[in-house]
Design a protein around this ligand. Sequence first.
Ligand code: FES
Length: 216
Amino acid sequence: MVKITVDNREIEAAEGMPLLEACLKNDIYIPNLCWIDGMKTPSASCRLCFVEIEGEKTPLPACTVPTRGGLVVRTDSPAVRELQRSGLALLLSVHHVDCRHCHANKKCALQRLARFLKVTLKPKHLDHVLKPVETDETHSCLVHFPNRCVLCGRCVHVCREVHGQPLISFAKRGFDTVIRFQIARNGSDADCESCGACAAACPVGALTTRAVLRGR
Ligand code: FES
């Protein structure tokens, strides 16, 4: 274990543990969305978990910084909050904000983050760039809403953890990037055990099961 200082508080954490995990385990909240507890290789795709670290020129995503003894960290400076608000605005720009019609309403990470960062989910100045496809129902058990998806990669990650290789993956590039189910040439998704782990990992209501939608 090593000692680090976060927001003037000394805490202990395992050396090498992602700084984000070290803070969360010590009840110091840093906004985050793509992180999953115990992740070995964080994708750092959400760009929310910025912190300031003494000696570093610019804020860094805490999930990518290995904890080492003597780190002095600020999680709540104005610069950090500004970056986190910009990160959230970028996520919202590709997310169809229609909470009333979403099964994740009141459980959505974007709602929680907006409350924490004291911003609205529908900023007036924000341009939306939504995907043309509203619903992907090609899977026998899962339903995907591409224009709610913020491409955090959590579903891809947990599917890989369960199966050794993901049966969901990223497809296309740039703005067109989407997640895709692995469907065989004959249209079968039989390799999927319908465990629902991917849907449970979705923080925003972009991926769910048909059962959840039926039960609404
Ligand atoms: Fe660090 Fe998403 S949690 S970038």
